[in-house]
Design a protein around this ligand. Structure first.
Ligand code: SAM
Length: 291
């Protein structure tokens, strides 16, 4: 491989680039740039980037992780919202002929079309040190729009990574855990302290790898209803499942109907939503969908 070895990823080189362009960090874009080569190596390893992969990077910043991805992958498309970073990226990525930078909001990019054009419609890999203010909309957007994705390997707030990976009955278990686990198998590849970023975030971070299921682990007759029930159950955590569902806007079941469906699933009428597995939510939504 005759591609240049990545040179960004340590504090000195990052500072030099920032000074050369007089770049000012924008808090509103969640800009915390990686300055640790070990973490960068770990991300690339967790994403299992191969020579034939087409990778989409969300928020390349000054191109640090992009260099690592471009070194290992066939092609990288990096989507960056901040136009002040575009001239910097042209500079830091000029030696890589397999990178395209798109100056756009990732939430507005048609990734399905991109996968079609650049990867013949085959599932793509998503890799990012995500801007934390839109972690959930980005990840849920990928899933719900059914973008063909093989895996999503991303740096997120540690607390969010824990929520994605948690199971029933734990304090972190919630609607995000169930939504993520419906679409993918989560695995925390590394915990990353604040000193690996510039500027330092106020929270701990983690690299999470989400490998998409070929087909969901449970089948619900009405997927939309199942997700409404999940949201209803965690909307008022301290309430019983019956009260959570009957109080939820958009669902119009009586207490008796909900209690009857819960009983049909072999569950206690006083159970709380946080105790239910994904399979039990699917069974409950099937029971309610028949009413
Ligand atoms: N990848 C770089 C790194 O690791 O050093 C930067 C990561 S920084 C946490 C997040 C990046 O996402 C920033 O460059 C920021 O400008 C960009 N960003 C924020 N919101 C975005 C959006 N809606 N669409 C695309 N990029 C976005």
């Amino acid at each position: 491989m005759d591609r240049p070895v990545p040179v960004l990823g340590n504090p000195q080189n990052t500072i030099a680039v920032l000074q050369k362009y007089g770049f000012n960090f924008q808090k509103k874009f969640g800009q915390n740039f990686l300055i640790d080569t070990h973490v960068l190596d770990k991300i690339v390893r967790a994403a299992d980037i191969k020579e034939d992969d087409f990778v989409v990077e969300i928020g390349p910043g000054i191109g640090t992780l992009t260099q690592y991805l471009a070194y290992h992958a066939r092609e990288v498309c990096a989507v960056e919202i901040d136009q002040n970073l575009i001239p910097i990226l042209e500079d830091t990525l000029q030696a890589y002929d397999n990178v395209t930078v798109v100056n756009e909001d990732i939430l507005k990019v048609d990734l399905k079309r991109l996968a079609e054009e650049k990867n013949g419609g085959k599932p793509i890999k998503i890799v990012a040190n995500l801007p934390y203010y839109i972690t959930t909309p980005i990840i849920m957007g990928l899933f719900e729009k059914h973008v063909p994705v093989e895996s999503v390997t991303v740096m997120v707030q540690k607390e969010v990574a824990d929520r994605m990976q948690s199971g029933p009955g734990t304090k972190d278990y919630g609607a995000l855990s169930l939504a993520v686990q419906y679409y993918a198998a989560p695995y925390i590849a590394a915990n990353v302290p604040p000193n690996c970023f510039m500027p330092r975030p106020n929270v701990g971070s983690a690299v999470i790898c989400l490998t998409l299921h070929e087909k969901p682990p449970v089948q619900a007759r009405d997927e939309k209803l199942m997700f409404q029930l999940i949201r209803a159950s965690f909307n008022q955590r301290r309430k019983t499942l019956v009260n959570g569902i009957t109080n939820f806007q958009g669902l119009f079941y009586s207490k008796e109907q909900v209690a009857c469906a819960i009983e049909q699933c072999g569950l206690s009428p006083s159970i709380r939503g946080e105790k239910l597995t994904l399979a039990q939510f699917a069974a409950l939504s099937d029971a309610l969908s028949l009413l």
